[in-house]
Design a protein around this ligand. Sequence first.
Ligand code: ZN
Ligand code: MN
Length: 481
Amino acid sequence: MGSGYEASVGMEVHVELATKTKMFCRCPTGFGGEPNTRVCPVCLGHPGTLPVPNREAVEMVVKTALALNCQVPTDSVFHRKNYFYPDLPKGYQVSQYGETNPIGYHGWLEIRPKGREPKRVKIRRVHLEEDTGKLIHTAEGGSGVDYNRAGVPLMEIVTDFPPDITDPEEAKEYLVQLRLLLLYLGVTDGKMEEGSLRCEPNISVRPLGAATYGTKTELKNLNSFKSVQLGIEYEVGRQIQALERGEAVLQETRGWNESTLISYPMRTKETESDYRYFACPDLAPMRFTAETVERVREDLPESPRARFDRYRRDLGLSDYDAGVLTSEIEWAEFFESALGQGVDPKLLCNWLTGDTARMLNESGLAIRDSQLTPSHLADLVRMIESGEINSKVAKEVLEEAFKSGAMPSETVRSQGLAQISDDGFIVEEVARVIAENPGPSEQFRSGKEQVIGFLVGQVMKATQGRANPAKVQEEMRRQLG
Ligand code: ZN
Ligand code: MN
């Protein structure tokens, strides 16, 4: 911080789960659409309706809890969090209260901010609740409520107190790593811009070395990693200035304005007792036996961290390559799927992070929106490995696949691009080039080594680059020797 203050950041992250249906009714989930087209008496909170919990959602939270090294209780209940707001048709949100009641509690996530030591961020809780509707304000000054989102399964992940995160950079890194883990687990689409992943950090500052923490503010409306970092930076600065002026920091919820890059007060923060939490009488307690928990643990997919380590250790990839291939879910899945087709990992990695990445960059396409599939890359690498094509042809064929979606081996077959390794043909071509270039041939014989490049080049030219250059060079030296 510089200025004699230190910051503390707690992270509260809400994650919409990627289930097909809502948490307590069978209405479909989804983003957007005509308002109030995915609703029913249950998610509209009509009297006399009863909730039926979504098993898939519960399983997703258990998975996440275990992946975050949390404890899972044997019994866990749903509570009602009571408050009035138009986006909450029942007048309460079904949520989970208590220290050891949530589906996951007392875990941690390791983060590795660039150029710093790895750090464990303690997780206080991972609980399951339901999302609220959305208020829509029209240009004419009217307001409406869209309940399509009401009742969508929502997972809340909260870091522990005292906070382990002490600056905006770490906060962003925590969110990046958490999101990546959730994507590997397949429990959310993680789209921050669509609100599938919403982060509400709480921020406080205190004089360096002070025994107690300062008053915290909570920040909302952060729709990107960048906003999270900028918002926290701004808030830390604002609080330090207030303290410097001798003013108190108010406990409040503040909004982040993305265009002015300024936070503004929204409301003074409610305290827990305002919510009148109590166990929801409509929902039976959940039971998690040791066997259930162990079964989920055994089925956990590989974490991003474990995959990174495996790529370095077992595949011999560099830190950089392993990082590129594991830190974005699209690349991770693409590489893994192509690798599964039994091709050389290093070659595959080179063609993926090299030419493929360059073409995607130039065209501004994400890999999933391009015509390339893992099979295209596996097919290409297989032909390079077997010597069927050389790297010059591979490049052309990959470009063709990128443009038209053509399978590389098909292009090689239909355009006759297979590398010429036929000895008789190479012997003839070399002899012809020597005969047609008496000058350079003589120079080579009298010790001018570098002329070999020119002579080999003549053979390559005559074969449209399809001759095996190593074989040509070998034969050239033999005939000139
Ligand atoms: Zn419904
Ligand atoms: Mn919540």
